[in-house]
Design a protein around this ligand. Sequence first.
Ligand code: GLU
Length: 289
Amino acid sequence: MPPVFRFAPSPNGYLHLGHAYSALLNADLARQAGGRLLLRMEDIDATRCRPQFDVAIRTDLAWLGLAWEEPVRRQSEHLEVYRTALDRLDAMGLVYPAFESRAEIARMVAARDAAGRWPRDPDGAPLYPGSAKALSACARQRLSASGAPYALRLDMAAAIARAGVLDWAEQGSGPEGERGAVPADPAAWGDVILARKDTPTSYHLSVVLDDALQGVTHVVRGQDLFHATSVHRLLQRLLDLPAPAYRHHRLVRDAAGRKLSKSTSATALRGLRAAGMTPAGIRQRIGLP
Ligand code: GLU
């Protein structure tokens, strides 16, 4: 079976040089390995994803010289798949609703920070400080009946107890040079959100399901997602999904050394193309042979 690679952008903005690096690296590795390249649109965030970005992304990738298999998978077209997996985790007793608003959570974190710094996840966001896990079935029912919005969170302690010790095969490197069999540390993320009242999935849940359903054998993506792999391995084990190999790559930075963002136009591929840059020039600029 040929190896399967994928590039999985979110159509919530234009691609920049960092995306070009990731997409071209995936394409180069797929070609060298005689493998397949898939494109997946991670468009579950209906508030930020737009069809015009989906079109612009494919235009930019084709201009770079990429070819991918059709049809492109769009996560928004597969919500029932994620819902079913969420139900499975729920049936295992690993999911609970948390009704606190973002503002309430921010207040709870501020109060805890005042008493000594409250722990942060690997992305720097405070761990969930609430106690919704301990709500009685009756209280949950009452809140739910009131129509209040909620997030469905993974009971991390219970999930880890069930899944046991995990690691993953790192073929690239982590931010600290991690390589080889990397121990997963999902506890560092706390009770992550798996879905919300109006969105039956999350990045973590849909990425592991899609990688498995699409037969992805090699996940090649930026180092900014290195630590998220701990959560992905946990969900793979809980849902009996195969673990792909991972290759996290360096991030392309701007002249000031900052990570690129979709909102800075200076490094957007469409702008560079309009300014006369060639695909070969892009490769050179991001250090790809
Ligand atoms: N959709 C994610 C992003 O655009 C990438 C997901 C992944 O490669 O696992 O950052």
